[in-house]
Design a protein around this ligand. Structure first.
Ligand code: SF4
Ligand code: SF4
Length: 107
């Protein structure tokens, strides 16, 4: 099983999750993070770290977010690993309140 990053992370990218992952399986795009499903060991540690509750077990991804499971698998093959927390974008707190923002995802 893997964990999945969903829509709430887009343009928030606080990266708190990165520091706790024991196997460095987060991958970074321009304004979103994903989890590499081939590397995730299902430890659950990242879930509590995410301030916008963007991370779900693949079995618990809300129905309206289920396309993110395939998106994490796809983008994790194209994006580079991120292994240390970095500063969030200056407008991250504003975007944290926006629920529908898939159209803002940059690849
Ligand atoms: S902590 Fe949440 S919002 Fe921040 S990068 Fe990780 S998944 Fe995205
Ligand atoms: S569940 Fe564990 S191994 Fe998987 S992404 Fe989160 S911290 Fe990393």
């Amino acid at each position: 099983m893997t964990y999945v990053v969903t829509e709430a992370c887009i343009k928030c990218k606080y990266t708190d999750c990165v520091d706790v992952c024991p196997v460095d399986c987060f991958r970074e795009g321009p304004n979103f993070l994903v989890i590499d499903p081939d590397e995730c060991i299902d430890c659950t540690l990242c879930v509590a770290e995410c301030p916008v509750e963007a991370i779900f077990s693949e079995d618990d991804v809300p129905v309206e977010q289920q396309h993110f499971t395939a998106l994490n698998a796809e983008l994790s093959k194209a994006w580079k690993p991120i292994i240390e927390k970095k500063e969030a974008p200056p407008d991250a707190d504003d975007w944290a309140k926006v629920t529908e923002k898939l159209d803002k995802l940059e690849r």
